[in-house]
Each structure stands twice: as structure tokens, then as C-alpha cells.
Design a binder for this molecule. Structure first.
Ligand code: FE2
Length: 368
């Protein structure tokens, strides 16, 4: 049997479009512990934009900024602020994948293109996803360079090592989209019909509601189960939900958070805090109730409480997780750090405490 031409090997990279990639690279390096491994810009012969490639474990982020006002994507910065522009997916054959998804109703943004330099060739093609977010199919089997044509390894000594600590993030666990009210099922259907994903789980407003805000969420995953995309939409609550706040400040649907795995969340979060990353906090009472709720775990609860790490358990095991505050002035993009011990779920038992913590932040912003 011939396998699906849209079978995805992995998330190749996540591309952020930002106002000042040079400074964002400094933040993701010093606070989140990424290595800056590649650069594209005027010095490498790229005239219209600058790009920085950041790597940690199997995670690759690319930060891109326009160099001139007439860059075709410049309006993104006014509309969205900094944010995720593209989630690039590695496939075996870019042209076949692109043809297949177009025949299944995807909207093309850029047809298959070969990029070539002395290190080989990569092939790319891009389709629309929610809002202004895109998916690029990429194949780099015949490419040996640092990232892509136009990018060069960063000159040694470009950054001297500072006082920040290494962090130990390993891979992307899931990437969450916020879409408009009533649009969640449309996008779930897109991932099922176009990319061959299946629906893993759903949460409705009975699972996810507090006094003020409610949301609905469905999780789609690829055939291997390695790529998971939860999709949220606002549900009717008494006041403005965190999803509505995101949609307002981002100016439409987009990536809400990226969850990254670690083998030692206590070490990772301690290092990130040392590096000045701010995390959401839950009240101490959360930890008083914890032993009864999740049963025995390997970690010391006092240590978890000290760092604000949350715990949840399901049929398959338990997981530890924590969320940063938004990493920009707009209350939009944030990150999650997650350590899984058997559990493959998303921390449903933490939703209430978490959303109350988010609402306390919303209240400070006057957006509740
Ligand atoms: Fe998450």
C-alpha cells in the first residue's frame, strides 16, 4: 500500500515574524536557553529580511524580521505584533504533499520551490492555516548546510556566554491555536480532511470554565501521534475569556502557546527562573490538595510548590507542567514546559487553577 503523500515526519521548525529578530534571539537564547546556530541577512546576501535560527534539543525556532518597509509581510507586525507565522512540517515529497492537500481543499500560499546553494537543495511549499498562520512543507534530505540557503553558521564569538543557565528543553509536545467562536470545528475538520490528522480528545465548557471565562478545545494529532495541535475557541462565559483577549490583542486567530518537553522539569524551571522567565503561579492551597488528587509521584511536592509546577494524572500516568506569562507586551503568545510520566493528556485537572491564575493576570490588565 502506498502511504499518504501528506504523511508528516516531524515539525521541522516554528517560524516567528518579529519586529527585531536580533533582540528576540537574545531573549530566546538567554532566557529560554536556545543556541543561536544560524543567521541570514545583509551580510549573507539576503536583502529583504534577517533571520536567526535557534536550536535546543530537537526544537528549532526561526526568528525573522523585515529589513525594509516594503517587505511583503511587514503588515503582520502592526496587525499581530510578534508571533508565530509558520509551523513547518517535514514531508518526504513536497510536491506530492502540496498537490494532495490542494486537491483536498487547502489554500496554497507558495507552490513548491527549490532553494539551492553549495550545501545542496531544499524543497518548500506553503499553505494557509488559521488566521495568517501557514504550514510549510519542507524536505531537506539533500541539504547539508546549517539551515537553508541564505543562512550561514553564526560566527564563533558572536555571542559570549553570559551568566544564564542551560535549560534542557528537548522537543515540541504540542502547539495550540486560538480561533474565533464557532470556528473550532472548521479547523478540526481542516486538519482531519486535508492533513489526515485524527481527533484525539475534546474538552467543553463543563471541563474548562471558571466563574468568568470558558473555552472549548479539541486536540488533533497526526498518524504517528507525535504531532499534536489543540484548537481552542471561546465559549460563553460571564466575562471575557482568555481566548477572546488573545483574539483581540493578536488581531485574529493564531498560535497561543507552544509546549516543550523536558526530562527534568524542576531543573528546567529553576534555570528559566534564574534566567528571568516569569511563570503563572497558583495558590498554595493547590499543593495542599495535590497528594490526594494525583497520588504518589517521584517529585517532592514542596519543591514543585516552590517553583509553581502543576501536576495531573490520568489512566496512563502523570505529567508535570507549567506555563510562562505572555512573553511579549501584547497578552498573546506564551510557552508551556511539560514532563510526561506515561500520561499523554493535557492537564485537565489543572484547568481550573490555571484559568483562575490567568484571570488574575487579566484583571491586572483590565481585560477580564
Ligand atoms: Fe498546552
Amino acid at each position: 500500500m502506498q502511504h499518504d503523500p501528506v504523511a508528516i515526519r516531524r515539525i521541522d521548525h516554528v517560524k516567528f515574524f518579529v519586529g527585531n529578530a536580533r533582540q528576540s534571539a537574545y531573549f530566546y537564547r538567554n532566557a529560554f536557553g536556545f543556541d543561536v546556530i544560524g543567521y541570514a541577512g545583509l551580510e549573507t546576501g539576503v536583502k529583504h529580511e534577517a533571520g536567526y535560527v535557534l536550536r535546543q534539543g530537537k526544537i528549532t525556532f526561526v526568528l525573522t524580521s523585515p529589513l525594509r518597509p516594503d517587505h511583503p509581510e511587514s503588515r503582520r507586525l502592526v496587525q499581530h505584533g510578534d508571533g508565530v507565522m509558520d509551523i513547518a512540517l517535514e514531508v518526504e515529497d513536497v510536491s506530492r504533499a502540496y498537490e494532495a492537500v490542494l486537491s483536498r481543499g487547502a489554500v496554497g500560499v507558495a507552490p513548491p520551490t527549490m532553494l539551492q546553494d553549495e550545501h545542496g537543495v531544499i524543497e518548500l511549499a506553503t499553505i494557509k492555516a488559521y488566521g495568517d498562520t501557514t504550514h510549510t512543507f519542507i524536505n531537506r534530505d539533500r541539504y547539508k548546510g546549517v539551515f537553508a540557503p541564505g543562512y550561514k553558521p553564526l560566527a564563533p564569538g558572536r555571542y559570549s556566554r553570559g551568566s544564564f543557565r542551560s535549560v534542557g528543553l528537548m522537543s515540541i509536545d504540542h502547539i495550540v491555536a486560538n480561533v474565533e467562536e464557532g470556528k473550532m470545528d472548521e479547523w478540526v475538520d481542516f486538519y482531519k480532511r486535508v492533513l489526515g490528522f485524527s481527533q484525539l480528545i475534546h474538552f467543553d465548557d463543563r471541563d474548562i470554565s471558571t466563574e468568568y471565562s470558558a473555552l472549548m478545545s479539541k486536540v488533533v494529532q497526526d498518524g504517528t501521534g507525535r504531532i499534536k495541535f489543540p484548537i481552542n475557541e471561546p465559549a460563553k462565559g460571564r466575562r471575557r475569556s482568555q481566548i477572546e483577549e488573545f483574539l483581540e490583542f493578536y488581531g485574529g486567530p493564531g498560535v497561543q502557546h507552544i509546549a516543550m518537553t523536558t526530562k527534568d522539569i524542576i531543573q528546567t524551571v529553576a534555570a528559566m527562573r534564574h534566567n528571568d522567565v516569569s511563570f503563572l503561579r497558583v495558590p498554595r492551597t493547590y499543593y495542599d490538595a495535590l497528594p490526594e488528587r494525583v497520588g504518589p509521584i517521584n517529585e517532592d511536592i514542596n519543591e514543585l510548590a516552590e517553583l509553581g509546577i502543576l501536576v495531573d494524572r490520568d489512566d496512563e500516568g502523570y505529567m508535570l507542567q507549567i506555563f510562562t506569562k505572555p512573553v511579549e507586551d501584547r497578552p498573546t503568545l506564551f510557552f508551556e514546559v511539560i514532563e510526561r510520566h506515561g500520561s499523554r493528556s493535557f492537564g485537565k485537572g489543572n484547568f481550573k487553577a490555571l484559568f483562575e491564575a490567568i484571570e488574575r493576570e487579566q484583571a491586572l490588565r483590565g481585560t477580564l
